[in-house]
Design a protein around this ligand. Structure first.
Ligand SMILES: [Zn+2]
Length: 261
């Protein structure tokens, strides 16, 4: 079974496994038929990982939806959240792309975390990112700034506070942004500066900043690639950034007392 699940969560999930497909569930998972052998393998890896059980349980505990959210795997569109249908679209190819990035970058050899786990970490972060969009829509949460950044923060806070080994999973998800950034040209086109997402490398550092800020002792080395002259200032900033973002998301999350601090 998947390593993210805490023992407590694991037991809960076993009990809830079938009730999650009941009419009252907050989140329903649909798998479209895979189109190829690669997609079949991706589907199997996703099913085996229990990442969807984790999403369903996290939603029940911390971000329950008024209207049932559908997560649909397969097809070519996404990853995205469609507010009209209140549906998240997650193509199988996204898992395969992530897996390729982690393999090409010798993730296991360099960081001791398998490429397969890195790809599932990325799926989890992306599911939570899209669930963040869905929760904002479902709960009419006001967003003052870039929604894309807000839901990256949502994903990080949930992973750091409620998922066992969630800090390492969030590091993998951040690394995926760095891998994607390596494929980019050195300069962005002018129209990309007005895009809805922050640039991949910004998303990488923003995620690392929150991970560091959530536990500066444990993650003391995490920001060391930043210039020495700036490092201490950035570290201080990341600690307060994490506290502010976590506090503000907890205004809208349920069971807000159940945190690590
Ligand atoms: Zn988004």
């Amino acid at each position: 079974m998947f390593s993210y699940l805490t023992k407590r969560l694991h037991l809960l999930c076993l009990g809830l496994l079938w009730s999650t497909s009941s009419a009252n569930a907050d989140v329903q998972i649909i798998y479209l038929t895979p189109d190829s052998k690669l997609e079949t393998e991706a589907k199997q890896a996703i099913v085996d990982s229990d990442v969807n059980l984790l999403l369903v349980e996290l939603s029940k505990q911390h971000f329950p939806f008024k209207n049932k959210l559908t997560v649909r795997y397969g097809g070519n569109e996404g990853p995205l959240y469609d507010p009209q249908e209140h549906t998240m679209l997650m193509p199988y190819s996204f898992y395969n792309e992530a897996l390729q990035y982690f393999k090409q970058n010798q993730y296991e050899e360099k960081f001791g975390r398998s490429a397969q786990l890195g790809a599932i970490d990325t799926i989890l972060h992306t599911l939570l990112h899209e669930a963040g969009h869905a929760y904002i829509e479902d709960q009419s949460i006001p967003i003052l700034g870039k929604e894309e950044d807000a839901v990256d923060n949502f994903a990080a806070v949930i992973m750091l506070e409620y998922v066992e080994d969630g800090d390492n999973a969030a590091i993998s998800a951040a690394d995926m942004f760095a891998f994607e950034s390596q494929d980019r040209p050195e300069y962005y086109q002018a129209d990309e500066y007005i895009g809805e997402h922050s640039f991949d490398l910004q998303r990488y550092f923003s995620t690392l900043c929150l991970i560091f800020g959530s536990d500066p002792q444990k993650h003391n080395e995490l920001l060391n690639e930043i210039d020495k002259d700036l490092l201490e200032e950035r570290k201080e900033n990341c600690i307060s950034q994490y506290q502010t973002i976590s506090h503000n998301w907890h205004i809208y999350l349920k069971n807000k007392d159940n945190t690590y601090f």
